[in-house]
Write a protein that binds this ligand. Structure first.
Ligand code: SAH
Length: 243
């Protein structure tokens, strides 16, 4: 099964962009995934091909017209998951990326201006996705991020299939730090244990580094990881204040 990506955008020229090179580009050439773009402007209904209008209630910027965006979406909807790029969405996770990569593909809506008319999300089964707590000028780069994360997981795309297993987030932790030759650089050496050839010791060191770095750098991930590991016995959970 080929992972089929369809991107709805006002800037189709931005695709495949960086996904046309390296691993993703080769995989695209080999037919391991496919890419279609739909220009939202082709679904405008007036002679000026207008796709946006002023925000109801006033304020700065413009909002994408829901009728135009919905027509564009309806022209390609076929049961694949539909994702809209928006900073108001659920933060994208490796878990969701894995699910998407295992499916038939994705239809991705790229916002511009102030974003989408909220009624789109009531009227169509659209999952709102954010790629992080910062604001981009458009959804296209977010769509590229989402696709890149999916494509590298497709069968036969990454060199060594096992190289994804220990990756950051796969176990709920950040990955351990890496080193390679030269053994000594600017007076700094590679940790002794990694040169010991003792695989058990190396594995233990890596586990401990992954745990320490996650705890220090990403207390949010660490808390979730610990919470998942130490499940309270059922019924023994602390009652919430308003239970
Ligand atoms: N007014 C909006 C931001 C609009 S930015 C707000 O404050 O919530 C314009 C477009 O860029 C958005 O419609 C969305 O498609 C995209 N975009 C911006 N930041 C994003 C993010 N963090 N994740 C995903 N898409 C984003």
């Amino acid at each position: 099964m080929t992972f089929a990506a369809t991107i709805l955008t006002l800037y189709p020229d931005m695709f495949p962009g960086p996904l046309g090179t390296s691993l993703a580009g080769r995989a695209l050439g080999e037919g391991k995934w496919s890419l279609d773009t739909v220009n939202i402007r082709d679904f405008a209904i007036d002679k000026h091909r207008t796709v946006d209008d002023t925000p109801a209630g006033g304020g700065a910027g413009m909002v994408l017209r829901v009728d135009v965006v919905a027509s564009a979406l309806d022209s390609v909807a076929d049961g694949r998951p539909i994702l809209a790029m928006t900073p108001r969405g659920k933060p994208l996770t490796q878990e969701r990326v894995r699910e998407l990569a295992a499916g038939p593909g994705a239809i991705v809506l790229c916002g511009r201006f102030e974003g989408f008319d909220e009624r789109l999300f009531d009227a169509r089964p659209v999952e709102q996705v954010s790629i992080g707590d910062y604001v981009l000028s458009g959804g296209e780069i977010g769509a590229l991020v989402l696709l890149d994360a999916c494509i590298r997981l497709l069968p036969g795309v990454m060199g060594a299939p096992s190289s994804g297993d220990e990756e950051s987030f796969e176990s709920g932790l950040l990955e351990y730090p890496h080193y390679t030759r030269p053994v000594e650089w600017e007076g700094r050496t590679i940790p002794e244990v990694l040169r010991s050839g003792d695989h058990a010791k190396i594995a233990a060191w890596r586990k401990s580094m992954a745990e320490t770095d996650t705890r220090l750098r990403r207390p949010d991930l660490w808390e979730r990881h610990e919470g998942a590991r130490v499940q309270p016995p059922s019924g023994a959970r602390r009652r919430k204040k308003d239970d």
